[in-house]
Design a protein around this ligand. Sequence first.
Ligand code: FAD
Length: 404
Amino acid sequence: MIGSVVIVGGGIAGLSTAAALRSGGFVGDITLVDASEFPYDRPPLSKEFLAGTKRLTEISLQPPQWYDDQKVRLVSNSKVTALRPSIGEVELFDGTTIPADRVVLATGGRAARPPIPGSQDARVHVLRTATDAERLRAALQPGARLLVVGAGLIGAEVASTAVDLDCEVALVDPLRPPLTHAVGSEIAAWLHDLHIRRGVVSVRSGVESLRATPSGIEAHLTSADRPREFDVVVLGVGMVPETTLAETAGLEVDRGIVVDRTQTTSNPAVLAVGDPARVRDGGALLPRTEHWEAAQRDGQRAAATILGAPPPADTAPWFWTDRHHVHVEVVGDMAAAERTVLRGTVGDVKFSAFGLTGGRVVGAVAVNDSTAVRAARRLIDRGIVVDTARLTDPATDLRQLLLG
Ligand SMILES: Cc1cc2nc3c(=O)[nH]c(=O)nc-3n(C[C@H](O)[C@H](O)[C@H](O)COP(=O)(O)OP(=O)(O)OC[C@H]3O[C@@H](n4cnc5c(N)ncnc54)[C@H](O)[C@@H]3O)c2cc1C
């Protein structure tokens, strides 16, 4: 009988584990330990929170009352420093111990800091936490010269928010266009063009070094002979999974905490969910998924494992990004498509692209069209062979395709 669960980390993965345990009927103790002031949501950190249009309390994952209602003991501003699965407890930084028949590691990660000389300067930022976002926002004054290194999801969103804040933005990335693997070449090119149309200077380059000068930070780009000066630099080059606890507890770690399809680690009393979890499927280690909904689903799966309940149904992976006032959603795997077809015209207020293999939808990208993505997800999940002419006709109600 499992009487106590300790969840380490109060991001979406940790919170969804707690919620799913309670909704699944778990009556034992749930303790959620989180290093921050209170559990908050991360996607707004590059969007509304960075723009200053939402405060921290407005991006909390749950209102304070929720923890009481759900009988979840929240230990904020704290850290788990040791796992002792063999005796069923965890230890906090102050030496307190908490009983834990099961531990769920929902420890997220930290922003990567590549070894670029000069990148330790205080004007060189990363973005993972609310504190990072607050510091960055203070630096993004109107007219500030901002260099964003990396045009992936977070770099692109920071560039977009900074344009809204009247900064002068340059974006460097060695890939052109970035995100091709995720959204296909046509939409990747259009998304990248949006930056340029909004006045962002886009440079295809890496960064060799950064150097503090009396008036700013000089960036030496691999593609340019002469350095350029900026006031602020943001490194948007990915994240590093937080695996320290797992490693010190002797769990299997391989660029992520290795779990099976039930989120169980190499120790059956410890599960891992969200950004740091890496699934082994058969013999193969899959890439980690660093998206919000995947983290939420991991939590639901971990709860099912603890409850001995059937796991939630698998569904095609989904994520979104917002930039330059367009909302982009991606479902499935565009990289697995044999060919891509468009519904609508790239650049319209709303349009979408579908990746097809053997007549079935395997991935979709939609701009300002959540309905298309919802339908695509069901088409993918059900493996329905689609009539391409109807799929690409904006007049077709995509739900009709679900009927076959
Ligand atoms: C700026 C930004 C924008 C994003 N935008 C999008 C988006 O638009 N769409 C999308 O799909 N995804 C987005 N993501 C990704 C998404 O937010 C993450 O995939 C998701 O937050 C992962 O949740 P998590 O619970 O695994 O980890 P996290 O949210 O990182 O939470 C982990 C928590 O664990 C705590 N912790 C770590 N170690 C300990 C310890 N030892 N003791 C106690 N607490 C500990 C940390 O303090 C943290 O609060 C974005 C991410 C960032 C950073």
